[in-house]
Design a protein around this ligand. Structure first.
Ligand code: SF4
Length: 253
């Protein structure tokens, strides 16, 4: 019997389009989610950020630039970016086009260059050059959403106000049946409801590592997964949806 076949915590009650639906009480789901976090802690006891930064200002800019781009790509452009504009004051006075030239190898670089300069201007105007330390203030900065703000609060200030749900966290939470939310933003609320607050802090980085190592988007390694007996998707997700081939019209001859 494989780990996937054990499925001891699930009682399958019906089949709907797209998958099997388990019956699970809120208490059981909470218990399962806590166990997921416990095992993630064993797998990744000290996960490190893949982004290179040295202070809260650099962290804000790095996380802002990392949206829909790999951390490695961000790390390639930030040494020159921070050499030329090392703080909020210098970046606030920068020419957006010049910033764009430096970061043009990453996705959505035009919008990100504009957001970085506008955010630096707001940090200078409203916060005397210091990175704000509340969710409300951070999410007022251009280009900063809840995901970025959660990461900055956690790493720069030790404040855990939520869970940064990126593409990895969203995919894993969905596969684990901890959310059915249509967006990462909505999925965050499901995770906050199911997990006790003391477990929120490491979720982002641990699950990112797990998503890269095991629960890959296209080829999840379910047979080697330490969460297999906790996962209703075990062995049932095999790659992203493929486009259907076009049907050829029959000729009437
Ligand atoms: S690798 Fe497979 S079993 Fe593990 S969490 Fe992902 S989908 Fe579930």
């Amino acid at each position: 019997m494989t780990a996937c076949e054990k499925d001891v915590r699930f009682r399958i009650i019906k089949v709907r389009e797209g998958g099997l639906m388990p019956r699970e009480s809120k208490a059981a789901k909470r218990e399962r989610a806590v166990e997921v976090c416990r095992r993630m802690g064993e797998l990744y006891p000290a996960p490190e950020s893949a982004l290179d930064y040295t202070n809260p200002f650099e962290l804000v800019i790095c996380v802002m630039l990392s949206a829909q781009t790999t951390d490695a790509a961000v790390n390639k452009v930030t040494p020159e970016l921070f050499r030329r504009w090392p703080d909020a004051a210098s970046l606030a006075a920068a020419d957006v086009a010049e910033v764009g030239e430096v970061i043009h190898t990453i996705g959505f670089w035009r919008a990100k260059a504009a957001h970085a300069v506008e955010a630096a201007q707001m940090i200078m105007a409203d916060h005397a050059g210091e990175i704000p330390s509340t969710m409300d203030e951070l999410t007022r900065l251009p280009g900063v959403g809840r995901k970025t703000a959660n990461i900055v609060l956690n790493k720069a200030f030790g404040v855990v106000d939520g869970i940064a749900v990126d593409t990895h966290v969203y995919r894993i939470a969905t596969r684990l049946g901890l959310t059915k939310a249509p967006t990462p933003l909505a999925a965050e609320q499901d995770l906050l409801n199911v997990l006790p607050q003391e477990l929120w802090g490491p979720v982002n980085e641990q699950w990112i590592h797990f998503g890269r190592d095991v629960c890959d988007a296209r080829s999840p390694r379910c047979d080697a997964c330490a969460l297999a007996d906790l996962c209703p998707s075990c062995g049932k997700v095999a790659g992203n949806p493929k486009p259907k081939p076009k049907r050829r019209k029959r000729s009437r001859s």
